[in-house]
Design a protein around this ligand. Structure first.
Ligand code: BGC
Length: 739
């Protein structure tokens, strides 16, 4: 068969290091200036105050009287309030009962879906599918805005190489290039082309910045790194979201270089506004201002407020620091009127961009809420996306299952609907989940062919269910064991010091494998796990993440081969915690490990250097062959380009997808460069026996980095180029670039 051709601009994702012209337009609504002239000091401060409406939240900063605060104009923004009816009621107070009638802004954590829940974000990134990720965000925006919301605290753009950190589940994994693609796609999905459209949602880029690098993986912990590494590795996804037009940013809880991000003018002014041209507003994270007292950066909450607003932090989430102290700070001159006005203008201009001054109720639509939420279409898409996110880690041929075989479904998570939703599930509810994995397998395979035993819980050491599980395995021809983490073991404040599968779940796997029955392990988890034990006992392992509302069906779709899995890891899975941090973007060191007999090399004595599953890894029920690489020339200069071609052939018997990945290595740089840097990818669908020529265009933009003097550019020299289906399985070629 003659291969068809796909041509790719490898640098299709904006590279955040480059100093491209800011993509954000000016926000100068004339109505804002008119309002500013009329506003009192209290009313201005009110626009910088954000309180939760959630009455169940307790704590020193919870303001039970937030409705009075809205009424007095002292609270201009609310989060955690939703439904069209409820937001309308609150909006009516703001519009009809305050002096100036400035509408409220309603925010919420719409992280991986609102009512229809998609896979957790780490899972979504494993689809490597820009269109699907954008579509997921678009659907989330339609559902959330129908419930009266204007603003989501997403995308979460924190690059992370720290699996102990529970919030790794909320991001797009370890790679700045892939992370930038995801951040931009989600922003486009939320905001669409017109923020004033009642079905689009204001995005919030978080957590700015480098929140994904807490020491020891402990949430909220200290972050410190060189400015070069920050700019090269951590900042690109935030910038990609800003470039895609995101009009709000959330400052992170962590300190960076000794200064909490909440009052870090290097981040909030120099980088965000002056370099990137950000025009929206910056909100603190939840009580982030107050927490600067604990950081030992502010003497008290008043001082913290002063430091925050003077550094460029516009809105105070939940801390009531601005609410309580900003008036005095302005009166005493510790905060200038100009600083205050600038922050207020930013917030009001975003409200104007959302169309709230045209119609404050345009987002509160019970009709839309009833007709556009959890629709059949949304659920069908969620099912497809969930399957597309799954990563087949291993398979000795046991998968796909044949319908009609007797299957024992076992495991703590097999019959859980709740866990499918993951943490940060928006307004997603267990009752909207149509099927657990067990139920979906029963539907697919016929109830009489499925036998179920829980076996054990996901934590604790109760082995009393083992014997029933073993009996179930013995009575079946194959076992599907669904294990992993309780969904609340990932997300915020869910760090772990041990990244193995908790409790006695692995022990159960060993016992089941000892029956001689082939075991498929389906994993539900929100972080890279150490699966070194399990890999020895499982005939196949399917990483299903927390797959969302339709996750039960999606797992069954993949297990029975109705969907051929094509997900690829967006994060490295280590062999053990001792290897962490381990990621594909690593440097070579002065003593790379080349000779197993030599001692003084960069290696471990007790474990290989390689991870268990590399970044980009993921199998399929079919197989793909890569031809040798062909470069159009072995050198180029200046603004010229060359092409790199590879022919991909589906050598198996099923149609399937392959994500073809392009990596580059700059052999000698004025600063050391990673051994493999992802620079492009494309997802290709091929029928059995079909071939396609994939072409990447290589130009200067792919070779640029922060050089030793921190200027952004490429350097003359030799490069390696790698193309393959995983970062550890590539074809290789060399070329030279002359400046
Ligand atoms: C989290 C944010 C979230 C905010 C509002 C904080 O605790 O760090 O990610 O957006 O709460 O719920």
């Amino acid at each position: 068969m003659k291969p068809s051709l796909i041509i790719l601009a490898a640098a299709c994702v904006m590279l955040a290091g480059c100093n491209a012209a800011p993509a954000q337009g000016e926000l100068n609504d004339p109505r804002v200036e008119k309002l500013m002239k009329k506003m009192t000091l209290d009313e201005k401060i009110g626009q910088l105050v954000l309180f939760t409406s959630d009455w169940s939240v307790t704590g020193p900063t919870m303001r039970q009287g937030y409705i009075d605060d809205i009424r007095s104009g002292r609270c201009g923004n609310i989060f955690n309030a939703y439904t069209a009816d409820y937001t309308r009621k609150l909006q009516e107070i703001a519009v009809n009962e305050t002096r100036l009638g400035i509408p409220l802004l309603f925010g919420y954590d719409v992280i991986h879906g609102f009512r229809t829940i998609f896979p957790i974000n780490l899972g979504m990134s494993a689809s490597w599918d820009e269109q699907e990720i954008e579509e997921a965000a678009r659907i989330a925006a339609v559902e959330a805005t129908a419930a009266g919301l204007h603003w989501t605290y997403s995308p979460m753009c924190d690059i992370c190489v720290e699996p102990r950190w529970g919030r790794i589940s909320e991001g797009a994994g370890e790679d700045p290039f892939l992370g930038s693609m995801v951040a931009a796609a989600m922003t486009r999905g939320y905001q669409g082309n017109d923020l004033s459209d009642p079905a689009t949602l204001l995005a919030c880029v978080k957590h700015f910045a480098a929140y994904g690098a807490p020491q020891g993986g402990r949430d909220y912990n200290t972050v410190d790194m060189s400015e070069r590494w920050l700019r090269e590795f951590y900042l690109p996804p935030y910038k990609a979201a800003v470039d895609a037009g995101a009009l709000s940013v959330m400052a992170s809880f962590n300190e960076l270089d000794g200064v909490p991000a909440t009052a870090n003018s290097f981040l909030l002014q120099d980088v965000l506004r002056n370099e990137w041209g950000f025009k929206g507003f910056v909100v603190s994270d939840y009580t982030g201002i107050n927490e600067m007292v604990n950081h030992g950066f502010a003497a008290d909450v008043e001082d913290a407020g002063r430091l925050a607003i003077n550094a460029g932090l516009d809105m105070d989430m939940q801390g009531a620091s601005y609410f309580t102290y900003l008036k005095d700070l302005v009166k005493s001159g510790k905060v200038s009127k100009r600083t205050l006005d600038t922050a207020v203008r930013r917030v009001l201009n975003v409200k104007a961009a959302l169309g709230l001054f045209d119609d404050p109720y345009k987002y509160c639509s019970p009709e839309r809420e009833a007709s556009q939420t959890l629709t059949g279409e949304n659920k069908a898409f969620a099912r497809k996306l969930a399957a597309d996110c799954m990563v087949l880690l291993t398979n000795d041929g046991i998968l796909p299952l044949r319908r009609g075989e007797k299957i024992a479904v076992i495991g703590a998570l097999a019959d859980s609907k709740d866990d499918l939703l993951g943490s940060w599930r928006g307004a997603g509810e267990e009752k909207s989940v149509p099927a657990s994995i067990l139920e979906a397998i029963r539907e697919a395979n016929g109830s009489s062919n499925v036998i179920y035993a829980e076996g054990c819980k996901e934590a604790g050491n109760d082995r009393s269910g083992f014997s029933k599980a073993i009996a179930a395995a013995n009575s079946a021809s194959k076992v599907v064991l669904v294990i992993g983490e309780d969904c609340q073991w990932t997300g915020e404040a869910a760090s772990r010091s041990d990244i193995r599968i908790p409790g006695v779940q692995s022990e159960l796997l060993q016992k089941l494998a000892a029956t001689g029955k082939p075991v498929v392990v389906v994993l539900l988890n929100g972080r890279p796990l150490d699966l070194s034990e399990e890999v020895q006992y499982a005939g196949a392992m399917l990483e299903a993440w927390f797959p969302g509302t339709m996750g039960g069906y999606a797992v069954a779709d993949v297990l029975f081969g109705d969907v051929n899995p094509g997900g690829k890891l967006s994060v490295t899975f280590p062999r053990n915690l001792g290897q962490v941090p381990i990621y594909h973007y690593a440097k070579n060191t002065g003593r790379p490990f080349l000779d197993p007999d030599a001692k003084y090399q960069s290696r471990y004595l007790d474990v290989p250097n390689e991870p268990l599953f590399a970044f980009g890894h993921g199998l399929s029920y079919t197989s793909f062959d890569y031809s040798e690489l062909e470069l159009s020339a072995d050198s180029f200069g200046g603004y010229e380009s060359i092409t790199a071609d590879v022919t991909l052939t589906n050598t198996g018997e099923r149609a399937g997808s392959e994500t073809v990945q392009l990596y580059i290595r700059d052999l000698v740089g004025s600063v050391t460069r990673p051994v493999k840097q992802l620079k492009g990818f494309t997802k290709v669908y091929l029928g059995p026996g079909e071939s396609r020529k994939i072409r990447f265009t290589i130009d200067k933009s792919l070779l640029e980095f922060y050089r030793q003097d921190m200027s952004w550019g490429a350097e003359t020299g030799d490069f390696k180029l790698f193309i393959g289906g995983s970062s550890d399985k590539v074809r290789e070629a060399s070329f030279r670039y002359e400046e």
